[in-house]
Design a protein around this ligand. Structure first.
Ligand code: ATP
Ligand code: RIB
Length: 322
């Protein structure tokens, strides 16, 4: 039997305003649309992996409000096991999102119930955590819980991929326990507190610094520029993004992480898994919303066929010795 992917993270209701552009500080503009979508970085990753056809369990919290029931139902309808989703006193997590015409966004998250996902609740989920083939986490839950998870992963020799979002500094002890870290450009700056030059050279330098911090494998997410992989084994690769018309990039990173984890769990190479992840993310940006934008496995296969990428060939990309 396949070991499940277990996602430990946030579950939010996204309140999304579509506007021509993101307003500036102090500015009022007229929006074009308002929608609610199921979101939360953790739940998005869980739903994306489940829609790709991989067994997924979610460990997280919803509040005992009306949103909580809807959010749990949303996860279950997508095929995510919610046995370890707790209902706690108080409001569910929400995210206030504005999207602009070119797919860009800004987001304010109010964690609510996600802030009550304590290490104690992870202890209660030990049975599923121990069975995990891959653990995925993000930073919309308390840092002490992520730290507990990293120690658990190390003790049980289970790979852990951390999406360090929203951006913040992290203790070196935590970084050393990660199998993969997958920051975007803002998160990389925040982690390293250093500005790097624009373009590939700056990204390579940033990835190298993260390896120096003790993370085993680094995957930098570079938006429409694609992604860059750096591993302790002296390999660095940049994989371009697919060219698509983006309407909403919310949760592109979540789609990517889920696709990457599913690829690796299915035994694909790192590069092939990153190409698969890029396809999952590219499809997601062509659709509005977080969880509704996640593609099925068949949709990704069709997309890859249309872009002349078959499973037989391993495309070659820039590869540099460190
Ligand atoms: P988010 O916070 O919006 O969920 P992120 O900032 O964590 O995303 P990004 O680097 O923006 O992550 O995007 C993740 C991946 O999604 C990229 O590496 C790329 O493969 C894909 N992607 C993002 N934007 C686009 C785009 N406009 N066109 C095609 N692919 C994209
Ligand atoms: O990564 C996108 C997600 O960030 C949104 O769904 C929102 O809930 C915030 O958590």
């Amino acid at each position: 039997m396949r070991k499940p992917i277990v996602v430990v993270g946030s579950i939010n209701l996204d309140l999304v305003v579509g506007a021509d552009r993101i307003p500036q500080v102090g500015e009022t503009i007229i929006g074009n649309s308002f929608n609610t979508f199921y979101g939360g970085k953790g739940a998005n990753q869980a739903v994306a992996a489940a829609k790709l056809g991989y067994p997924v369990s979610m460990v997280g919290n919803v509040g005992n409000d009306a949103f909580g029931t809807q959010l749990r139902d949303g996860l279950e309808n997508a095929g995510v096991d919610t046995t370890y989703v707790n209902t706690v006193e108080g409001a569910s997590g929400v995210a206030l999102i504005t999207t602009g015409r070119r797919g860009e966004n800004n987001i304010v998250v109010v964690p609510g119930a996600n802030g009550q996902l304590t290490p104690k609740l992870l202890e209660k989920a030990a049975t599923i955590l121990e069975r995990a083939g891959f653990l995925l986490a993000q930073l919309e839950i308390p840092l002490e819980t992520v730290d507990y998870l990293a120690q658990f992963a190390e003790r049980h020799d289970i790979p852990l991929m951390l999406d360090p979002a929203p951006a913040r500094e992290l203790p070196t002890a935590l970084l050393r326990r990660l199998t993969w870290i997958t920051p975007n450009e803002t998160e990389t700056l925040e982690l390293l507190k250093t500005n790097f030059e624009n373009g590939d050279q700056g990204s390579y330098a940033a990835a190298e610094r993260l390896l120096d911090c003790g993370v085993k494998n680094v995957l930098l997410k570079l938006g429409s520029r694609g992604c860059l992989i750096a591993q302790g084994t002296l390999v660095k690769e940049r994989i371009p993004a697919f060219s698509v018309d983006a309407v909403d990039t919310t949760a592109a990173g979540d789609a990517f992480n889920a696709g990457f984890a599913v690829g690796l769990m299915r035994g694909s190479t790192v590069v092939r898994s990153a190409i698969f992840a890029s396809a999952v993310a590219a499809i997601s940006v062509t659709r509005p919303g977080a969880q509704p934008s996640m593609p099925t496995g068949n949709e990704v296969d069709r997309f890859l066929e249309q872009h002349s990428i078959t499973t037989a060939q391993e495309p070659s990309y820039t590869r540099q010795a460190r």
